[in-house]
Design a binder for this molecule. Structure first.
Ligand SMILES: NC(=O)c1ccc[n+]([C@@H]2O[C@H](COP(=O)([O-])OP(=O)(O)OC[C@H]3O[C@@H](n4cnc5c(N)ncnc54)[C@H](OP(=O)(O)O)[C@@H]3O)[C@@H](O)[C@H]2O)c1
Length: 333
């Protein structure tokens, strides 16, 4: 497995990481046995970065990762675990804000360590900036946990260039986790150059635009009420038709290369720089195998031009979150 290093200060991890969110939350019904088999297949293939959030199914995703790693003695030391925290949930599954106060950081971490059954988290990050708490204070609280040995590295999630600078002035930052794909290229103008200037890596999520850009999504597939995609502007109405037309254009390029649409989309993200590690959201072994196949795909200049002609930078229809969720994104200010 090829590796990439997360920023100037972060760990070396596999060039593709596994995002575990969809195994427990937000993408409809989950299958724990298949999810655990997928984590095992990833570890066997040399994937050494697992991403989760303490709020994914309110802790159940962390427990799933714990169970998967426990079933494979020794595997905890083979993977870096990246955990997001800070989201506040209610009993009905709703979301009501973010808490980045230093005391809350310590509390969230203690629960995560307990659920994950581990004595340290490899990369710890607040999922969204708490507007009531300066980022320096949140990052400073994580830095204390680094000193105590309970966290190895500090990450960020969905922050803009100015917040990146402020956070980096408070403590070393390994990576910024942010959406980046052929459909979501917003980071290219300012955020990615700033991360590079500061020596901060990128863990890119949504590289398949949550399945829309995978080549497997169809008009007929109708996500259930609890599925993120049922509220996503990109999966709705005319937007969906226009976006699926872009996927078909990409399919022609992928077919010409003898690869799948998902592999072409992931290979494009991999081609953007060695400081970028795509997180794939596979929750089945066949999808994982397909995703990891992207590591064998080389896109030369002519291929890259064909891919970008099929899916031009601003061609996608619809914002990447609904209006309410967009308002929480420091990266979109
Ligand atoms: N920091 C943040 O704000 C943030 C936000 C979102 C996610 N994340 C992290 O990033 C990870 C990845 O994000 P994502 O799940 O949205 O990414 P994604 O890879 O764009 O989408 C994953 C979905 O695509 C579908 N898919 C179809 N073919 C696939 C293939 N070959 N390989 C993988 N998936 C395929 C699957 O849906 P079906 O199984 O339904 O077909 C899968 O659940 C998450 O697990 C989470 O850890 C972070």
């Amino acid at each position: 497995m090829r590796t990439r290093t997360l920023g100037r200060t972060g760990p070396a991890v596999s060039a593709i990481g596994l995002g575990c969110m969809g195994m427990s939350a937000l993408y409809g019904e989950a299958d724990d046995a298949e999810s655990i088999a997928t984590i095992h297949a990833a570890v066997d293939a040399g994937v050494s970065l697992l991403d989760t959030g303490d709020f994914y199914a309110m802790g159940l995703n962390e427990l799933l990762i714990r169970d998967a790693l426990r079933a494979r003695p020794g595997s905890r030391d083979q993977v870096a675990i990246s955990v997001k925290f800070g989201a506040l949930r209610d009993a009905a599954g709703g979301w009501y804000g973010y808490d980045g106060r230093p005391g809350a950081v310590k509390n969230f971490l203690a629960y995560s360590l307990n659920r994950l059954g581990t004595d340290h988290v490899d990369v710890y990050r607040i999922a969204r900036v708490d507007p009531a708490v300066p980022i320096e204070e949140t990052v400073g609280a994580i830095a204390e946990e680094v000193q105590a040995g309970r966290v190895r590295h500090i990450g960020l999630s969905e922050v803009g260039a100015e917040t990146l600078r402020r956070a980096a002035s408070a403590a070393p930052i390994s990576d910024l986790q942010i959406e980046y794909s052929l459909f979501s290229r917003g980071i290219e103008a300012e955020i990615l150059p700033t991360a590079r200037e500061l020596g901060i890596g990128v863990t890119a999520y949504g590289v398949l635009s949550r399945g829309l850009l995978s080549g497997h999504w169809t008009r007929e597939r109708s996500p259930g009420a609890g599925d993120f995609r049922s509220r996503s502007p990109r999966f709705s109405g005319d937007n969906l038709d226009r976006n699926l037309a872009l996927v078909e254009a990409l399919r022609k390029v992928a077919d010409g290369k003898g690869v799948t649409v998902a592999q072409a989309a992931i290979a494009w993200v991999l081609s953007r720089g060695d400081d970028i590690v795509p997180l794939v959201g596979a929750r089945r072994r066949d999808r994982l195998a397909e995703s990891l196949g992207a590591l064998d795909v080389t896109l030369d200049d002519a291929d890259l031009a064909a891919v970008e002609e099929a899916v031009p930078a601003d061609a996608v229809s619809g914002s990447r979150y609904d209006a309410g969720q967009m308002a929480h994104l420091d990266s979109e200010r």
